[in-house]
Design a protein around this ligand. Sequence first.
Ligand code: SF4
Length: 182
Amino acid sequence: MGLEEHLPSGILLTSVEKVAGYARKSSVWPATFGLACCAFELFSAGGPRHDLARFGMERAAATPRQADLMIVAGRVSQKMAPVLRQIYDQMSEPKWVISMGVCASSGGMFNNYAIVQGVDHVVPVDVYLPGCPPRPEALLDSILKLHDKIQNMKLGVNRDKEITELEQASLRRLRLAPGTTA
Ligand code: SF4
């Protein structure tokens, strides 16, 4: 956002975090992006029955620069992986990724050389959605979970601190932190 870096820490920053979190979660725009059969469930979620418009998300951006959510709907081929990464890099910050379906999350039943065995090898994933294919209701549930994450996202120095703590916790878990033995 930019503004948070110039604000003092304390009660004002906490309030800004809440307001920014609310604004961000209420204005998530997905990129137009479908890779395989899961994409049809994604399209269905945008229809009147499931009504993505209730979240203000019915406008799928035709350019990555106007999108901040990538829903990876379907298996990612090795050939598509660099394209997917390029689209992700062109999306505006802050941005989020939902891995929709077992193929996107782990390669699924396509355990072969042509398919990336999990899109988290290519882009960071915020929410993993299981199923083959996940129903639109499951996608809505994953969007609500993402909204929770965005609402509670810290800003500025608090975010840097949170990232450092998470990294340290991961290193400790892998026994790679200083003072732990492998
Ligand atoms: S998870 Fe199932 S529905 Fe989704 S892309 Fe893979 S095979 Fe298709």
